[in-house]
Design a protein. Structure first.
Lengths: 731, 220
């Protein structure tokens, strides 16, 4: 169409007129303003809740640290977690995980209703069922096993052994007829065996770090999350202020090592030998506390044995530490007024070599600091749970009398209470049907945290019936048949007995801050309901209406003060006679052939990575530096001086294949002087496959690459590393 | 030759004159149309009219309570402001139907008895990016409610809530007058109105919390 000049001008004039008129009207200015406000209201933009502000005190259950919390609420929503002022553990402080705990509470990884598996195991296909259906099905399966005389084939894995919920689970197993209650082992277990062997008593250790004036740490990640993290951070700051010397013995320059006055990179695994080398110098030069040690059981034998075998010049080859260093370390340690020696590798979330613990504890005994200010406190196990023994029927009597599947308490492992690390192997090596026919899992994620997770998953696949009580869709819940989700932390009432190396342990009360958001049930109530459904004497062993009634009755006169203050002090120290030992300090060696695998792989802990049952929060993952995790790829630290053969050159950021006798994974290399040559440092806490998109698929789970190493003394897992090699990635 | 040139000139003049008139006409048409759109149609389209769920009578209530506005719109112990009352404040008197009003019956039956909060439309709601503290203005600054909220406390009926379709906030923020001209302090409550008063009163020009100046007084 031909546009005439007139038409063109007319349209043009109309447009110009329109533009002028629009500019003279409020339309463009108002629209600009409104659109800018509209952009602030996009639905994904978080908005603070408005309303009535209140604070609720509670106790954190995200790690064993037992910190007091003060949670800020607006209306019914928890909006901020702060440390509780005046709480004996953390006095207002809070760690990065606790701080971001709301992301676990409100995040997408929660299990919202009881679930029943519909797909293959591990496929993650579940259907929603009601609580009545779920409990009835679990009770029916357990009842059928019991009727077949297989009650002893039911096992339970609990995140801890202390507190009423784990004890209710244990009681259920006992009344039902199974001895197989297991808890996830930590350094507390290794310490318990140590105290049993060196003082002859059942006790827990406390470390009076606040009053110590010389700290000798055998690989303990003091500011990596060892013990109760906030308390240790505060203690470490106080040491720096008071110029108290901290010596860190560790192959990796962790944050603790970097902040220490002295960092001694000893050969990994040789820490126990080094401790006895220090003991040798103290004994040789008469630097030990004679009034504490002379006349103690086995002291003369110990003295002679250490004198014969652990001279600093003789251990130099094993530890890689010069004679002079050992001599001066021993003298400094002995000269301090209240020195303390710590062990428990990294965060201490895994036990370790029994002899290493005993050797380090011997140093404390030689320094005369047992039950002294600034020393090791010997604290009795908590006794506030004093239920009457359940009455057992014939099946239960027979069942509980049968040997434990994990061998704990047997002649071979007399001091161990549970040996979860031995369970997968026991299932895999059994002939015929699995010795575990049903498994209950509470507050634990063995499919992620146990060494050699591939074998663990294989073993779990042989168990016909797995029940998980997890609040989150973790790796173990994903491999379960029925999930009976617990209320999450801050939604549930629970007692939290906290030891974690505190010099004055406390019993905390975790109070619900908000009402449960989903169709979940307190594990305590679920256990009571299961017992009632199983009937007869099992039901009779659980006379309580509800978990709350049980807890109230159990705590007795402590209930009121716990409700008010959220904590009460636990029992006083107990007398601890010294008993020295003369067993050879057997080092736990890394699995694998040295020629085939020239490196040693060592997992390391970081305060920025939650590595237990609780996974990382998105906020925590944000704080992980890109020398550890870059996008979804994990970096392993290697010293540039490491010899790795001609075929492979190490370059920063280079993709390599990391292979151990247990498996292999593609990782990237981070060159760092902060690691001993020949060692590969791998972060612990990455490589989840379950939970949500914020946690899954980032890096590699180091537990897939290492295998369990059973300690000859305790039977606990003492693995600290494995031999490994790096090779080119095949394209 | 010259004739043809003249002819051409004539033609072009003719065309030019006619087109010029049209151009002015269309310019004016465009101008008027857009002015009507901008001043009349646009405000009508921009705001949707919503009635409050209950027609609350401020005048009636203020005569029955002892402490004026603060009887229902009070400060919490920590200094935060309660804003629009919750059922909790109403329930003391309104557990049972009072008087004959239809709204009263609806309020008790549909909200008080089932324990459901009334979804009031809030005329004064500011965007999320604004940090506003009542306590700083009322207690520390000694301002009265009328300065910002007008004479709503004396009204016997709630006015229609005009919701901006784009932002979701009330028309009261920009002001009833689309051109933004105001005669009273409470006619509009945009950023300029806040800063006008802040400047006039010589308010501390930096944030108490952060110590930063300018924007940070209200945008934390």
């Amino acid at each position: 169409m031909k546009v005439s000049r007139r038409t063109f001008l007319s349209i043009g004039s109309f447009i110009v007129g329109g533009a002028a008129g629009t500019a003279l009207s409020p339309l463009p200015w108002k629209l600009t303003d409104d659109l800018s406000i509209w952009t602030q209201n996009w639905p994904w933009t978080p908005k603070p809740e408005r309303g009535d502000v209140s604070y609720v005190n509670s106790v954190c259950t995200l790690c064993p640290g037992g910190c007091g919390l003060s949670v800020r609420k607006v209306n019914d929503r928890a909006v901020k977690i702060e440390g509780m002022k005046g709480h004996p553990v953390n006095d207002g402080g809070i760690c990065i995980l606790g701080l971001s705990g709301l992301q676990l509470l409100y995040g997408p990884t929660r299990v919202k209703t009881p679930l029943k598996r519909v797909g293959e195991r591990g496929q993650g296909k579940f259907k929603k069922i009601s609580w009545d259906e779920a409990l009835a099905e679990a009770a029916e399966k357990l009842g059928a096993l019991r009727a077949e005389g297989k009650s002893h084939t039911v096992a339970c894995i609990s995140g801890s052994a202390g507190g009423t919920v784990p004890q209710l689970l244990k009681r259920l197993l006992t009344a039902y007829g199974s001895p197989n209650f297991m808890s996830v082992p930590t350094m507390q277990d290794a310490y318990a065996v140590t105290l049993k062997q060196m003082h002859g008593i059942d006790a827990c250790p406390g470390f009076d770090v606040e009053n110590a004036d010389f700290v000798l740490s055998f690989g303990s990640g003091i500011i990596e999350g060892w013990g109760s993290p906030v308390r240790m951070f505060k203690a470490n700051s106080a040491w720096q202020d008071k110029k108290i010397k901290v010596v860190q013995i560790e192959s990796n320059k962790s944050n603790t090592a970097a902040k220490a006055a002295k960092w001694i990179p000893a050969r990994p695994g040789s820490e126990g030998v080094l401790a006895l080398g220090i003991a040798h110098v103290m004994l040789r030069d008469g630097l030990y506390k004679k009034e504490a040690c002379d006349g103690a059981a086995g002291f003369e034998d110990f003295k002679k044995w250490v004198a014969d075998n652990y001279a600093p010049e003789n251990i130099a080859a094993a530890t890689g530490i010069q004679k002079e260093t050992v001599e001066s370390l021993a003298k400094e340690f002995a000269a301090a007024a209240s020195p303390i020696a710590l062990c428990g590798r990294g965060q201490g979330r895994t036990p370790g070599s029994q002899y290493e613990f005993m050797a380090v504890h011997a140093l404390n005994m030689l320094a005369g600091n047992i039950n002294k200010a600034g020393g090791v406190q010997i604290i009795p196990e908590p006794k506030y749970i004093a239920w009457t023994e359940p009455e057992l029927d014939e099946i239960a009597q027979k069942g509980t009398a049968s040997p434990r599947i994990d061998g704990a308490g047997s002649e071979t492992y007399p001091h161990a209470k549970s040996l979860l690390n031995r369970l997968p192997q026991a299932i895999l090596t059994a002939e015929g049907a699995s010795p575990v026919q049903a498994l209950l899992i509470s507050e634990a994620n063995p499919c992620y945290t146990l060494s050699d997770t591939q074998a663990v998953k294989k073993a779990f696949a042989k168990i016909p019936f797995v029940v998980s009580f997890s609040s989150y869709m973790d790796e173990s819940a994903q491999n379960a048949d029925i999930i009976l989700p617990n209320h999450a932390c801050l939604e549930r009432l629970e007692d939290v007995p906290t030891f974690a190396g505190l010099s004055k342990p406390v019993i905390g009360l975790s109070k619900p801050v908000i009402k449960p958001q989903f169709d979940t049930k307190h594990t305590g109530d679920a256990v009571i309901a299961l017992a009632k459904a199983l009937g007869d004497k099992i039901a009779a062993a659980f006379p309580w209406e509800s978990y709350e009634a049980c807890l109230k009755e159990t705590l007795g006169d402590k209930w009121e003060i716990l409700n008010e203050k959220c904590f009460v002090a636990a029992e006083e120290n107990i007398e601890a006679p010294l008993q020295f030992f003369t067993q050879e300090c057997k080092t736990v060696s890394a699995e694998g052939d040295e020629k085939q695998y020239p490196f040693v792989l060592m997992p390391y802990d970081s305060i920025r990575l939650a590595n237990g049952f609780i996974g990382n929060t998105p906020f925590l993952t944000k704080t992980v530096p890109d020398t550890v995790l870059k996008k979804n790829e994990m970096l392993v630290a290697v010293n540039p001086k490491s010899a790795c053969g001609d075929s492979l050159s190490l370059k920063e950021g280079r993709s390599v294949m990391l292979t151990t006798p247990k498996g292999s994974a593609k990782v990237r290399v981070h060159l760092s002087e902060e690691i001993m040559p020949g060692v590969i440092a791998v972060p612990r806490g990455l490589g989840h496959t379950a939970y949500d998109k914020y946690l899954a698929g980032k890096g590699v789970n180091c537990n897939e690459l290492i295998g369990p190493a059973e300690d000859a003394g305790s039977g606990l897992d003492a693995v600290w590393g494995i031999r490994a090699k790096l090779s080119n990635v095949s394209i | 030759m010259s004739t043809s040139v003249d002819q051409k000139k004539e033609v072009s003049t003719e065309v030019g004159d006619g087109a010029g008139g049209f151009a002015i006409l269309f310019f004016l048409l465009g101008l008027v149309a857009s002015l009507i759109v901008g001043w009349v149609a646009f405000p009508k389209l921009l705001y949707s009219q919503k009635n409050q769920p209950i027609d609350f009578n401020h005048e009636l209530h203020i005569g029955l309570v002892d402490e004026g506005c603060e009887s229902c719109h009070f400060f919490r112990e920590d200094g935060t402001y309660s804003g629009v009352p919750k059922l909790e404040q109403c329930i003391g008197c309104h557990e049972e139907v009072q008087g004959q009003s239809k709204d009263e019956a609806v309020f008790v039956e549909q909200y008080v008895k089932p324990g459901r909060e009334v979804p009031w439309f809030i005329y004064a709601k500011q965007p999320e990016c604004v940090f506003f503290s009542h306590v700083a203005h009322v207690k520390a600054g000694g301002m009265d409610c009328v300065t910002c909220h007008g004479h709503i406390g004396e009204s016997s009926s709630l006015k229609v809530y005009e919701e901006n379709r784009i932002t979701g906030y009330s028309r009261d923020i920009w002001g009833k007058n689309i051109s933004g001209i105001k005669t009273n302090t409470y006619d509009r409550m945009k950023m300029d109105d806040c800063s006008e008063c802040h400047v006039k009163k010589g308010v501390n020009q930096s944030s108490v919390q952060t110590g930063k100046g300018a924007c940070f007084v209200c945008h934390k």
